[in-house]
Design a protein around this ligand. Sequence first.
Ligand SMILES: [Mg+2]
Length: 382
Amino acid sequence: MKIVEVRGYHVGFSPNPAIGNSRTWIRRRDFLLVEIVTDNGIRGWGEVFSSPHAAAALIQTKLTPLILGQSPLAYRRLWETMVATHGYDRRGASMMAVSAIDMALHDIAAKSLGVSVAAMLGGALRDRIFAYASGPFIAEGTDPYGQYPGIVDECLKRGYRAFKPRAGVGPRQDGEMANAMRKQVGPDVGLMVDINQGYTARAAIDSAHRMADAHLLWIEEPVQPEDITGYATVAAAVPTAIAGGEALASLAAFKDMLEARTFSIVQPDLTVCGGYTGFMRIAALCAAYDLPVMAHAFGTVVNQRAALQVSSLLPASRGGGPAAYPYIEYDVTPNPLLDLQGPVTIESDGTVSLPDVPGTGLELDAKNLEPWITKTWSQTYQ
Ligand SMILES: [Mg+2]
């Protein structure tokens, strides 16, 4: 089995109304989806959710020539070969480019063996993963948290038993929002917040104190992603677990953060940190620190399905919430690229089932993507 073609699909959509976090209004969401094709017709998918255009250029110029003609079963060797080309860019788009290819290679390799990616990587520890609603998001206008109760209500009806609203408008407003949400959902639903890097360490500490009565499971990305001192200051000052890591790409970046005791929960994103190969290396590093790992996923169905596979491979740990960790994140904003194969089904216990199917169980075609494609490209084996 040989890799004979690498296809890139630039896809995106414009959320309307814009979805907000503490730093920005998201008016456009663009992704790169990579489809790798083999000579026996098996196809696999990978994704880049951040810096899709830079990653595409790196794939086309540096990585595709290394993988065309190679066996996708050699995904580990190919990962090392690709990473060896990084040069100076060790924590950015280069690793995102490797991530998309590594994801697609795993998908193909598992499909060729007739097993799921989790089975190929040694076997799932569980067949249901506890899901949480990633939302609601901050709204433009005078009442940034005003829509939260209505959205939470809808998500409760859909079966979600945990929520991660965006916070970071201001410590006082955060406290009012989080404490009201706790009253709304009762004591048994998991609550956490995502600050999306927006606060100074001092504002994050103030906000954490004001949200204390909401009994949050974690506060995510309170400060800038590589602000080791800021993270360590917040982590030492508040009783709530601090989570982060979605913006980190290299094993060395995670090591720096873990050594400084910044995180109580670690959230690598498969599309940023080197695909399955990068993710499992980071998970091993976190195991040495006895820290729970949960995949960050805020993109298309491609990353979501991959996140589900790795979530089944991570050891369980108890963080005090309605279920043992790991949880899996589901974007609950309108996202047609997440719903390409229909909306997710949340079981009555708040979990999502791990499909026992070859690869990640995703059978996507270019025609499914058509309404959202802005550009495509392809490179073939000569
Ligand atoms: Mg986040």
